[in-house]
Ligand binder design. Structure first.
Ligand code: C5J
Length: 220
């Protein structure tokens, strides 16, 4: 067990029972021309975290830890995409429409792939999730239980949407979550800051946060 210097207090990491969970680092959200940009967002804040996410990923691979990647995605017939999600707002591209990287948020399309620098390797889990939380409509919990995982080290995008939703779902299922502050990003920096604050408030009501370097220094 290693104590990671974290907020609101040290996180007692047990690497053999911890998974690295990387949320939705897919081209749709991170690259220009994708869904995120079509919603009017600047993708640069998401691109900026890629080197840090890669550094932590390399470290986790080196210590032999379980890596789980998620992708927000829907079946080609959109049977798992509620109308309420598809028809909300007035975006230039809706889920399922054809954009510069293929059909938006549809499984198997180019835009739905994890960005090249973080591409999954053999032995890593890839969870396709139709919702914002990674536990909804997926077998993530069963996969974690099979491997004796009780702690989640979390990175990815976006901080206040899929990352936070996943951490809250994980809380309700009994997992301790440590979010890497410089390994997560939002299109709205103020939402990221608010999310980090609300996660650690009230004695870590949702979980812990730390810098990537704090994790790297502790889990050797
Ligand atoms: C969004 C996500 N922002 N991965 N998805 O719709 O946070």
């Amino acid at each position: 067990m290693s104590d990671v210097q974290a907020q609101p207090f040290a996180f007692a990491l047990r690497p053999a029972q911890a998974a690295l969970l990387i949320i939705d680092m897919q081209r749709d959200f991170v690259e220009p021309g994708g869904f995120g940009e079509s919603l009017g967002n600047r993708v640069e804040p998401l691109q900026e975290i890629v080197p840090t996410v890669r550094k932590v990923l390399d470290h986790w691979r080196a210590i032999g830890g379980l890596v789980v990647h998620t992708r927000e995605s829907h079946a080609p017939d959109l049977s798992d995409c509620p109308d309420a999600k598809r028809w909300r707002g007035n975006p230039s591209l809706r889920i399922g429409d054809v954009g510069p990287m293929g059909r938006v948020l549809v499984r198997g399309e180019p835009g739905n792939q994890i960005v090249e620098a973080l591409a999954p390797v053999e032995g890593e889990l890839v969870i396709d999730k139709p919702g914002k939380g990674a536990f909804y409509g997926t077998d993530l919990m069963a996969q974690l239980q099979q491997r004796g995982i009780t702690q989640l080290v979390v990175m990815g995008v976006t901080t206040e949407v899929c990352v936070q939703s996943t951490m809250r779902e994980a809380n309700d299922r009994g997992y301790d979550c440590l979010l890497i502050e410089d390994g997560t990003a939002s299109y709205f920096p103020e939402f990221k800051a608010a999310t980090l604050a609300m996660i650690t408030a009230q004695g870590g009501i949702v979980g812990w946060t730390c810098k990537a370097q704090d994790l790297l220094s502790a889990s050797v």
